[in-house]
Design a protein around this ligand. Structure first.
Ligand code: ATP
Ligand code: MG
Length: 441
């Protein structure tokens, strides 16, 4: 019985051992197979997740770059005034006039868009806002009409009085001029340039909003018509206006990179503030100068007859020196009170430049050329110097014309002799003898 029991026990043990062996054998076999399958899967998953991570990182980087690019584009398109002054000698206008920059288009009339679009400086207006500012673009608010459309006087919602220029629909050409003007004006800022306050590009409407210049264009003060009967400007004011304009062109030509050529510098584009300080307006025809091809730009001839430099009129070759020529014509107008082309005058005197050029270097003739309204307001020495500057500017050979910086330098000492406090109107001002440098300091 005991033997039987022992045998049974032995048998069970053996059976158990066998079971264990069998079990061990059973476990060992699948674990290696599983490992062989699992390890590559883990490796594949790891590789995939690394790949995914790389893709996500790249996407993130790309979107960041995009945001930076877009914001810098917006900033440079609309709000680049700060950088202009910092980079006094290196204003870089990155966009070409023909660019398809997206800075212009406001939404079609939502007022929330307007307030959101209010970037420092140039503001986006809706057509409705401008309609309200000008009492429905009423006739009574019309200041003038130019080549590009009607200009209205308007009061903006914050009380600012502005000049609102409604551009005619002119197809692609007008569109380009509008883009160009907004683009340029929003970037260029100088106390000698009429400031662009904002613009409107609602649907087909294109309007530019400028600071209002209460004394209007120089034209109205130099050449009176039945409509404009302003008293003639005195010599001191004329000199200061000449200097302000020279500084405006100096800024465009020499403190901007690439140079900006005004292309339509003339008396109606010189506007006067309440103190007869002059600012230059209208960059609608301006073109960014190119430093390629020796600074020459071949382009369609634009501008106003009587002010066009001969090489520009005949060949369309445009340089900053064509503005210098136009400046010389304005200087002649200030000096003589004559308009650039006057067919009412005797033969030989129709074209101001042709009539003036041979006389400018003749002392006796110069005195005779002066606007009768300002006779005896200045010493002849000053007159001769101004005549010499004008003669240099209107030379046929563009290369011999001075730089606007030279003109500024020549005018500064002359203007210093006329105190800014004096009245701007002729007859209320008389020449006072020069104060010696010592006593004036
Ligand atoms: N910012 C302003 N402040 C006051 N008056 C202005 C302003 N801008 C324009 N004007 C007035 O509107 C008139 C028309 O201006 P506009 O610039 O459209 O034409 P223009 O200078 O006469 O000729 P062009 O089209 O060749 O420039 C000007 O003569 C001036 O009287
Ligand atoms: Mg104008």
């Amino acid at each position: 019985m005991e033997k039987n029991h022992t045998h049974n026990h032995h048998h069970k043990k053996l059976e158990h051992n066998l079971h264990q062996q069998e079990h061990q054998h059973h476990i060992q076999f699948p674990s290696t197979t599983v490992l062989m399958i699992v390890i590559p899967i883990i490796i594949i998953i790891l590789l995939l997740s690394i790949l995914l991570l790389i893709i996500m990182l790249r996407r993130l980087q790309f979107s960041k770059e995009n945001v930076a690019r877009t914001s810098s584009k917006v900033r440079s398109s609309l709000n680049n005034r700060n950088c202009l002054f910092i980079a006094h000698s290196s204003i870089t206008i990155t966009s070409s006039p023909e660019m398809d920059g997206g800075c212009l288009y406001s939404s079609t009339g939502s007022s929330t868009q307007t307030s959101q679009s209010k970037l420092k400086g140039v503001q986006v207006f809706t057509y409705k806002e401008l309609e309200m500012a000008t009492e429905g673009f009423s006739e009574a608010n019309v200041i003038g009409t130019g080549g590009y459309g009607v200009v209205y006087r308007g009061t903006l919602s914050d009380g600012t009085v502005a000049a609102i220029k409604m551009l005619r629909r002119q197809g692609k050409q007008g569109e380009r001029a509008f883009r160009l003007e907004v683009d340029l004006l929003s970037r260029l800022q100088s106390p000698y340039l009429v400031e662009l306050l904002g613009y409107c590009a609602d649907e087909h409407h294109r309007l530019l909003i400028f600071e209002f210049m209460p004394n209007g264009p120089l034209q109205h003060h130099l050449h009176s018509t039945s409509k404009n009967q302003n008293k003639p400007l005195n010599w001191g004011t004329r000199l200061r206006i000449a200097l302000d304009c020279a500084r405006a062109l100096e800024y465009l030509h020499e403190y901007t990179t690439p140079s900006v050529i005004h292309r339509d510098f003339k008396c109606t584009n010189i506007l006067l503030d309440e103190n007869y300080k002059a600012k230059v307006s209208d960059f609608g025809l301006a073109k960014i100068g190119s430093d390629k091809l020796n600074g020459l730009i071949s382009t369609r001839v634009l501008g106003t007859t009587g002010y066009l430099a001969p090489e520009y009129a005949s060949t369309g070759k445009l340089t900053t020196k064509s503005d210098v020529y136009s400046y010389g014509v304005v200087l002649l107008e200030l000096l003589t009170g004559r308009v650039p082309i006057d067919t009412q005058r005797p033969p030989g005197e129709h074209v101001l430049v042709s009539w003036a050029l041979p006389r400018l270097t003749n002392r006796e003739e110069v005195v005779k050329m002066v606007d009768p309204a300002i006779h005896a307001q200045f010493p002849n020495k000053d007159l001769i110097q101004v005549a010499a500057i004008a003669a240099m500017c209107i030379q046929t050979e563009a290369d011999y014309r001075p730089l606007m910086t030279d003109v500024v330098q020549s005018l500064v000492p002359l203007v210093k002799n006329y105190s800014s406090g004096s009245s701007s109107i002729s007859n209320s001002y008389r020449f006072t003898p020069r104060v010696s440098p010592r006593s004036s300091s």
